[in-house]
Design a protein. Structure first.
Length: 140
């Protein structure tokens, strides 16, 4: 018996649908919210910076290095990454730097915010920042 590509794709699709439909369950909004709350695993603290005109490259490097040094100083940080905007959409509103700090709990974040190392970073970055945007969320 010869199978064509279309036949194989059809069989694969039906198999996947069969597997997925056995797991499908209709939930109302409160059930969905409850499911998400039960599965929260990482609290993300997202920080976006727009720097003042005239901020030098060496000032930016000092800020990047200082923020990058926080995970070694604050054990409650369970994940960290950062990068520079490179979106081609032009919607960044002059925010150039994005930092993601991850915590296992809200208590970890509560320890981080007033931590002396974080406060020292805020003091360092403050004079160079035109605007900052902070968003925290639980990863779903």
């Amino acid at each position: 018996m010869k199978f064509t590509i279309v036949s194989l794709i059809t069989i694969f699709s039906l198999t996947v649908f069969s597997i997925n439909s056995s797991k499908m369950k209709i939930q109302n909004a409160s059930e969905v919210k409850s499911t998400f709350l039960e599965n929260d695993s990482v609290l993300r603290h997202v920080v976006l910076f727009k720097f003042k005109e005239g901020t030098t490259d060496s000032q930016l490097r000092a800020i990047e290095d200082s923020f990058s040094g926080l995970p070694a100083k604050i054990p409650e940080i369970v994940g960290y990454e950062w990068g520079l905007n490179n979106s081609p959409e032009g919607l960044n509103k002059d925010f150039t730097h994005c930092f993601f700090v991850s915590f296992a709990s809200e208590e970890g974040r509560a320890t981080y915010l007033p931590h002396p190392a974080h406060k020292a970073f805020v003091e360092l970055v403050g004079p160079s920042v035109e605007d900052v945007l902070v968003v925290d969320y639980w990863v779903k």
